[in-house]
Design a protein around this ligand. Sequence first.
Ligand SMILES: [Zn+2]
Length: 349
Amino acid sequence: MASSQAPPPPSRTIALYQKDGTLHTHNTTISSISPLSTLAPETQALFKKSDKDADDNNNNNNTREYLVVVVSAETIFHAQGGGQPTDTGIMTISSPENENENENENAQVTEKPVFYVQSVRASPPSILHLGIFKGSPSSSSSSSSRFTPGVHVTQTIDVGPRLLHSRLHTAGHALSIAVMSLTQPSSSSSSSSSSSSSSKPAVVLPSDLKEGKASHFPSAASIEFHGLIPGTAKQAIQEAVDALIARDLAISIHFVDEAEALRRCGPVAEGVKGDVNAEGEGKGDVRLVEIEGAGAYPCGGTHVRTLKDVGRVVVKGIKRQKGVSKSHMFGIVRGLTLSMIEQGETYNA
Ligand SMILES: [Zn+2]
């Protein structure tokens, strides 16, 4: 798309959250800062698509004119995408701007600006942080003027939502693996009749079932499959996912070439292109998440370290709907309930 305005040269943001999902605070530098309203329409539109995750303030007319977009050299903020919501948090200036600040404990004059990150989107090669400065409109503009390119800032994400999103996201992969495991012939009970002290469930799902889109949003966590999943499979899916979580497998991240991605992931990696934005060092690698020994997926999101960190995944239901232009049915396994046992907390997705 041609824009009539002269766009600033896009600066690359290294997505640190894709290398190390445990970073909750990090120092980096500002690459650019722009009022949202001055950005190209297609860039502004990135933030309009789905703001259901963000604060209502985001679209509030009273604040909208003060919304600015900050680009940094690196980021630990997850950019919304791949079914996972945006991270939120703050950025503050970390380098001493002047000598006075060090000694002046109750300095009103040099109060450091706090930039509240409300919504993050990828606009390759940049990652855009939409937000607002704390304080009055006048202080907002002076804050804004201190967030200049080259300034060192400390990023801090809201850890609670990040952890929830990582759990829901990992639960999505676990659920997908569990469902697909029910399309495979069970190795133990081959022939006739009952028996079965084996914990392996029988095949209950069609062998041509394919994994589709996933949502890891708290209110809509679900995985779509192309193919028919009967409602009666719910219990078998629940047992399969319980058994998988109980194995407490480690979750790891790998950057591999496209051929290797296909080898490790199978059909879900078909057509997946190496993403130069994924890692920032220009190898064009595909980022994979691997649940040790159980399966791997091309994925740009954040995850927990082992399956036990997910908590209990509850299969809430199976919804079936016709594909738009296909005779295929979509089986949507939806609604995960996660329980963190050690905290006695139950999250109803
Ligand atoms: Zn993932």
